[in-house]
Design a protein around this ligand. Structure first.
Ligand SMILES: [Zn+2]
Length: 88
């Protein structure tokens, strides 16, 4: 009798679960050129902004730097999406 190996957790989504990036690193990345998305925050209903996140220089020195496009609500400080682009 053969055992069927089920691949679990193959449902890989971009959504952030509990691995949020520190807000003190995120907030400096916010700027006037942020794109405001048509979607609203599921948490508070505020506008969702899309911007390019890059972690501070020291994180790259320690090889734990991350950069990528993030979608976040700055009102309730919720990171909704993060597409990692570069990782050191
Ligand atoms: Zn919100």
């Amino acid at each position: 009798m053969f055992e069927l190996i089920m691949s679990s957790g193959g449902n890989d989504e971009d959504d952030i679960d509990d691995g949020e990036l520190p807000w003190e690193d995120v907030e400096p990345c916010r700027n006037d050129q942020n794109t405001v998305l048509a979607t609203t925050c599921p948490n508070c209903g505020n506008k969702v902004e899309r911007f390019y996140f890059k972690s501070p220089d020291w994180t790259w020195d320690r090889l734990c730097g991350q950069a990528g496009w993030m979608e976040a609500c700055f009102k309730c400080k919720k990171q909704l999406k993060f597409d990692m682009d570069i990782m050191s």
